[in-house]
Design a protein around this ligand. Structure first.
Ligand code: UDX
Length: 466
């Protein structure tokens, strides 16, 4: 039953526009909880029927739906660009109508909307906010380094497509990154469209009243300094949002069904720090050959494996049992190993589990920051966009992981797991990962950087609301 008492806090009313993809939705929902705990009234704009993986707390927020002919996220086969372009094209008018309706209720009363906070990928919000004269703040769900990487891409006008012989060159402006680590999307669209798309997202960020980041200064101080020097609007690095929103709870969370998920039950039976958790997030799709190579590499490593094999992980597969693609010999070897398959895992709980020893990841920003928060070292296999930047930072800047380069081959996977789990090098990597976990813990305490930036953000929004 609706509990308007909890939803309407009496504080300024914020309209949040998340992008309906898991890696974007999760941080926006955490931000919503955090701002609600600070007294704001929150309305969330839904542009997609929620998947069961998104937990929308009904007692905290209002929801408004935009529908009618919107593209379906489940049709994405590893290429997000056409989906996001169509979504932005089709959402503008309904969003405008929805806000206008919200602001003048049937009884004639005005519902003052103090501010719109939108995902940078939902750039249709820009012209609506301008037209209705509502202040607008952007949430960046990727790292500050990715934003910086985009700025560098645009400075090098005409750099797309990047020539093959330039790929290994270090970037003059930030030599940790090579040209091939730049945040470029794999898309079936022509490069020109890709560039327009990336530029629009970038511009929607640069013209906002402020920028919220799901990152924090102990990870990206230098990047934030660079960004702040070039942009005059205030920036608020208040991440990691998933930890921050939990820390804001005044009561202990009750056990959820995720605490008894079969993955967690299985992890309870494994040796501490032994299991390699494998997940390529919610969007990446790989070839059948890569999937089988991955299977061989993992099975040959002889470590216990928890592997998220989601429907759609292999190009063109229609959610059938993907493990059936393994040859007989691999299936036999797998059955002798401690190997647990699942189509989805409660990742935050998995990474926090004492049995986890490493994470083979595509380095989506959420996976990356969730892993660092728990002190779990990574084996990086980035695929597109920001994942390359994140992987390079993990392996060469923070040095809390090792990177697999380009082709996914069984020997490389096996040797990366050995480097992390057996070799001396792995011990040092793990030590650094634990140090970051501690630093992040400090940032979230009173007086820590993320907490201070959150207080500043709350004050900033309140001044915009007057
Ligand atoms: C996408 C992009 O690919 C990524 O590069 C960008 O930074 C954000 O948007 P995605 O590929 O899904 O995201 O990866 P990621 O950023 O890691 O987000 C996935 C989220 O889903 C994480 O919060 C993770 O905890 C959650 N998840 C994923 C689960 O909880 N269980 C799963 O089984 C898989």
């Amino acid at each position: 039953m609706e509990n308007k008492g909890i939803r309407r806090t009496g504080g300024p009313h914020l309209v949040l526009v998340p992008c309906p993809l898991q890696g974007h939705m999760n941080p926006m929902l955490h931000l919503a909880k955090l701002l609600h705990s600070k007294g704001f009234t929150i309305t969330i704009i839904n542009t997609q029927i929620s998947s069961h993986h998104h937990h929308h707390p009904n007692d905290l927020f209002f929801y408004e739906s935009i529908d009618g002919g919107l593209p379906d996220a489940s049709s994405i086969d590893g290429d997000v660009v056409p989906f996001l372009l169509e979504l932005n094209l089709k959402c503008r008018e309904p969003f405008r109508d929805c806000l206008a309706r919200m602001m003048v209720r049937v009884d004639g009363s005005r519902d003052h909307v103090s501010c719109i906070i939108h995902d940078s990928a939902m750039y249709f919000s820009v012209s609506v906010a301008d037209e209705l004269e509502i202040p607008r703040i952007v949430l960046r769900t990727s790292s500050a380094a990715t934003f910086y990487g985009f700025s560098l891409l645009f400075k090098r006008k005409g750099c797309l497509p990047i020539q093959e012989d330039q790929m290994e060159e270090a970037l003059e402006e930030f030599p940790t990154l090579r040209v091939k680590d730049m945040p470029i999307f794999k898309t079936s669209y022509q490069e020109a469209k890709e560039e327009i798309f990336a530029t629009t997202i970038h511009n929607s960020t640069m013209t906002a009243s402020a920028i919220i980041w799901n990152s924090l200064t102990c990870l990206e101080q230098l990047m934030f300094k660079n960004i702040q020097e070039n942009h005059l609007v205030p920036i608020f690095p208040i991440g990691p949002l998933h930890k921050h929103s939990k820390a804001s709870l005044t009561t202990k969370p009750i056990l959820t069904k995720e605490d008894h998920h079969p993955c967690i039950v299985w992890l309870d039976t494994q040796t501490p720090k032994s299991v390699i958790y494998v997940s390529l997030g919610s969007l990446v799709a790989i070839s059948e050959n890569e999937f089988i190579e991955m299977g061989w590499g993992l099975a040959n490593s002889d470590q216990p494996i928890l592997w998220v094999v989601r429907p759609g992980l292999v190009h063109g597969s229609n959610g059938s049992n993907l493990v059936d693609l393994f040859p007989k010999e691999l299936n036999e070897l797998m059955s002798k190993r401690a190997c647990k398959f699942t189509d989805w895992a409660p990742q935050e709980q998995v990474l926090a589990h004492p049995s986890i020893g490493g994470f083979l990841t595509h380095n989506g920003w959420n996976s990356t920051i969730e892993s660092i928060c728990e002190g779990v070292p990574m084996i990086c296999w980035p695929c597109f966009g920001d994942q390359r930047v994140n992987a390079r930072f993990v392996s060469h800047f923070w040095r809390v992981g090792v990177q697999l380069e380009d082709k996914l081959e069984r020997e490389d996977i096996e040797s990366a797991i050995r480097r992390l789990m057996v070799d001396k090098e792995g011990k040092k990597i793990r030590g650094r990962a634990i140090q970051f976990k501690e630093k992040i813990g400090f940032s979230l305490r009173q007086g820590g950087s993320s907490c201070v930036f959150l207080d500043n953000l709350v004050d900033f929004i309140k001044t915009k609301s007057n």
